[in-house]
Design a binder for this molecule. Sequence first.
Ligand code: CMP
Length: 144
Amino acid sequence: IRERTLIAVKPDGVQRRLIGQIIQRFEIRGFQLVGLKMLQVSDELLSQHYMSLCKKSFYPSLLHYMTSGPVVAMVWEGNNVVRSSRMLVGNTNPAEAPPGTIRGDFCIHISRNVIHASDSIEMAQKEIALWFQSSELIEWECCD
Ligand code: CMP
């Protein structure tokens, strides 16, 4: 089934110049990029994006981290892209993420874990609508 998911390179990933390597992993896997932008994320967007975490003790530091610099937000499309992206990205806690995954290769702290990937098809739809205008998403034909 053709699906879409929201992927975001978090501020630590941008600062550490990992944008290109992260995009490359999605491209070579065969997914199609349909939206891409760099933005300084607002507290308002984050409060909606992380609504389910607002009672957590780490929530204030999560907001501080996510607003510490620009984020690169992307929408990727393809067969089973939601589940496959979670596997490409690896466990939320980098200590549990195997080598070969993005987190398993690029980070060691759960609070600076480089990348976001939607965790279900429903969340992906909500997150894409929150982060992107529909006019920012491009339908284009892949030659393969
Ligand atoms: P992600 O799964 O992309 O979205 C929720 C984020 O909250 C998660 O990545 C981490 O960056 C952060 N997070 C989750 N659990 C913890 C924790 N125990 N301590 C600090 N940050 C956390």
